[in-house]
Ligand binder design. Structure first.
Ligand SMILES: Nc1ncnc2c1ncn2[C@@H]1O[C@H](COP(=O)(O)OP(=O)(O)OP(=O)(O)O)[C@@H](O)[C@H]1O
Length: 267
């Protein structure tokens, strides 16, 4: 079953076409990677899919519903979550509070929707009614469960920024999981990880796919990770899709090899 589909999405910034007519199809349960040299348009593609940018042209479908141009929080509510290339944590807060707040914001957004999207004067009072107190307790339990799944329970009281970089990436993933996604987009999960963490990353991503019934779309520069983990790979170069296929096909694709290694003028 197709979970995410893009139909010829294009993003122009003035005279620059960052992504041109990108056609993507991801099936439920797949792990799909998006690779390409620096500046190829990978993050721009993520930004269009997650509602940060509205595509200049083309359409995006999630769960067979069009989501083109929807705001990020609407897209999150429909079951899509992401992490960022530059980690975005609440730096001063503890590990636990980072996950707790992500859960809480998600709940509050749903509550707001339940009251018609308006901030009624008694809205904050509602949060302290028994029903919502119960929900707060559930959120706390869920936060513990998420930290346990990503292996950060022992560090729950530490300040987020005191964690090594690789663990901050895992904390960002726990935060994304707090919104109950079906599709998780990871922007360079191996960046900043040490060799052991990088080695373990493939198993970790497979495990969360299993535990949370996820579909995963990731941008990654670390080729070993990409080749080990991906069912399929899309390759962008200067905004153009130059290849799509399984890891074996991509490794043996001449155009991909040239895009990465460059071709000498007289070749
Ligand atoms: N908001 C923006 N305004 C203008 N140009 C932009 C904007 N965002 C991205 N670009 C340009 O679009 C092109 C694609 O950038 P993008 O960040 O998507 O590439 P990338 O493949 O993610 O690169 P990297 O691997 O270095 O993160 C680049 O030329 C970049 O300078």
């Amino acid at each position: 079953m197709t979970l995410l589909k893009t139909d010829h999405i294009t993003m122009r910034f003035g005279g620059l076409t960052a992504v041109k007519e990108f056609n993507l199809e991801i099936n439920k349960g797949e792990i799909v990677a998006l690779i390409g040299p620096n500046g190829a348009g990978k993050t721009t593609a993520f930004n269009m899919i997650t509602g940060v940018y509205r595509p200049t042209e083309g359409q995006i479908f999630f769960n067979n519903q069009e989501i083109t141009g929807l705001k990020s929080h609407d897209i999150t509510k429909r079951g899509m979550a992401r992490t960022f290339q530059n980690i975005r944590l609440f730096k001063e807060l503890s590990v636990l509070d980072n996950v707790f707040i992500a859960n809480h914001l998600h709940l509050k957004a749903n509550l707001l929707q339940a009251v018609g999207g308006k901030m009624y004067p008694d809205f904050l009072d509602k949060l302290w009614q028994p029903k919502y107190k119960r929900e707060e307790k559930e959120i706390l339990e869920k936060s513990y469960m998420l930290l346990e799944k990503v292996g950060l329970l022992d560090q729950k009281d530490e300040k987020a920024t005191s964690l090594p970089y690789g663990l901050q990436r895992k904390l960002e993933i726990a935060r994304a999981l707090a919104t109950n996604p079906q599709l998780l987009l990871l922007d360079e999960p191996a960046a900043g990880m040490n060799p052991k963490e990088t080695n373990d990353l493939t198993g970790f991503i497979r495990q969360i796919r299993e535990d949370f019934d996820l579909t995963i779309f990731l941008i990654e520069h670390h080729m070993q990770v990409v080749m080990d983990i991906s069912d399929r790979i899309y390759v962008l170069d200067y905004g153009i899709t130059i290849a799509e296929g399984n890891p074996y096909e991509i490794q043996n694709n001449q155009r991909v090899v040239e895009a990465y290694l460059g071709v000498s003028e007289d070749a």
